[in-house]
Design a protein. Structure first.
Length: 393
């Protein structure tokens, strides 16, 4: 077994059972891409068994802190069983569920979503890439399913020096799927959709939004960054009279339109605007339009903490415009899925936006990713998605 030694003092995060070691913390040692290595402190103390990533800034990702545990097929079966057992205890109002959420499930770099009878996996670290076949077999055995589609086209692959890989890993057939979320039906294509096909992490917030639209009697709703219209369907279910989905992806909007019909809502209650959100907010303001509710669910403006400052300006700007476009008493559902923006910083950004818009608001909801995208105590980086529900004063 190859050995990697950590610089003196740099073992602290591993001692706290945080799974990452950055390149600058490695004193010596190396291995092939994804190979399992024994990680030791400068004094030779065992720290963990880890996967080696020769090209990534995150040079090591810990598999286990137990010296006696072996990283083999049985190891992956145990981790997958544990993740599935956790999901089985959650009451998830959908047949589309995140089964494996990377570090939080002890499998750094592995994302697995289940859409009804189809699994979709993303392998974004050298470690899980090396064990791909073993992991695929273990996933099928644990779920009893036969179809596993690979969507290893995330940007993180590039940082690991891994090529894009997509296609059926196990089984085959059509890639179009209809899921049930709450009382709604939604369609997606696991080959063509964003991420693994759908934004499962916003499931609970879409439910909360539907309830809030009803509770606060919101009639006109502007759903910005709508993707395939999940929040739009929620708004219609909540009784909104007029819902506008705004996105720059034509195919996503076509699906949003289809979802309105699929869920039995009159097409006249919904519009799809294929447009840039920033320009749209400015145009609405210039035209004197106002809304009872606005959703802002932008893409990741800050992929890492290094991008936080520029991202903060972008978040502030759209939130400022949204505050100005809200009727008095109107509802803003605003999100950030940037790992580099903490919930505290996000709150400050939204506060600054409100100040610039001369608008104050009551925070009526604090939102985060659904529980099948778990956060663990030891891995604060997992807290990527945060949102606020705000009632304009
Ligand atoms: N709210 C959605 C997920 C949004 S993901 C849901 O519940 O499913 C972010 C979306 O923003 C993507 O669909 C992407 O196409 C869109 N997008 C990114 N930049 C944009 C821009 N400048 N203007 C409009 N849409 C944009």
């Amino acid at each position: 077994m190859k050995k990697v030694t950590i610089r003196p003092g740099k073992e602290r995060s591993l001692v706290k059972r945080h799974p990452w070691v950055f390149e600058s913390s490695v004193a010596r040692g190396g291995a092939d891409s994804g190979e399992t290595v024994r990680v030791e402190a400068a004094d030779g103390t065992f720290l963990c068994w880890a996967a080696f990533s020769p090209q990534s800034q995150i040079r090591l990702r810990a598999w286990t802190f137990d010296e006696a545990e072996r990283v083999d097929a049985a190891f992956f079966r145990r981790r997958i069983d544990q993740a599935l057992a956790m999901r089985a205890r959650l009451e998830i109002a959908s047949d589309a569920v995140r089964l494996i959420h990377g570090e939080a499930d002890g499998l750094p770099g592995l994302i697995v979503d289940r859409y009804v009878d189809t699994l979709v996996a993303q392998f974004t670290s050298a470690g899980v890439e090396r064990w791909k076949g073993v992991i695929a077999d273990a996933l099928l055995a644990a779920t009893g399913l036969t179809r596993l589609y690979e969507r290893s086209d995330a940007q993180a692959r590039e940082w690991e020096g891994l090529p894009v890989q997509t296609g059926w890993l196990r089984g085959d057939g059509g890639t179009a799927i209809t899921i049930r979320e709450h009382d709604w039906r939604l369609t997606l294509d696991v080959a063509e959709g964003h991420k693994t096909g759908y934004y499962l992490d916003q499931r609970d917030s879409r439910r909360r939004f539907a309830d809030a639209v009803r509770q606060f009697g919101c009639r006109s709703v502007l759903n910005c960054f709508s993707y395939t219209g999940g929040f739009s369907v929620a708004a219609l279910a909540g009784g909104a009279a007029e819902v506008i989905s705004v996105d720059s992806s034509g195919p996503a909007l076509e699906r949003a339109v289809a979802h309105v019909a699929l869920n039995g809502f009159d097409a006249s209650r919904h519009q799809a605007w294929d447009a840039d959100v920033n320009a749209t907010l400015r145009r609405c303001l210039a035209e004197g339009r106002r809304f009872d509710a606005i959703v802002l669910d932008p893409p990741k403006f800050a992929p890492t903490a290094a991008h936080a400052e520029r991202a903060a300006r972008a978040y502030k700007d759209i939130n400022r415009l949204a505050f100005m476009l809200l009727n008095d008493g109107g509802l803003l559902y605003t999100f950030s899925c940037s790992g580099g923006i903490s919930p505290d910083l996000f709150h400050k950004i939204v506060a600054g936006a409100g100040l610039d818009a001369s608008v104050d608001g009551y925070i009526v909801e604090r939102l985060s990713a659904a529980a099948d995208h778990p956060q663990t105590v030891r891995f604060p980086e997992g807290d990527y998605l945060k949102g606020l529900g705000i009632l304009r004063r």
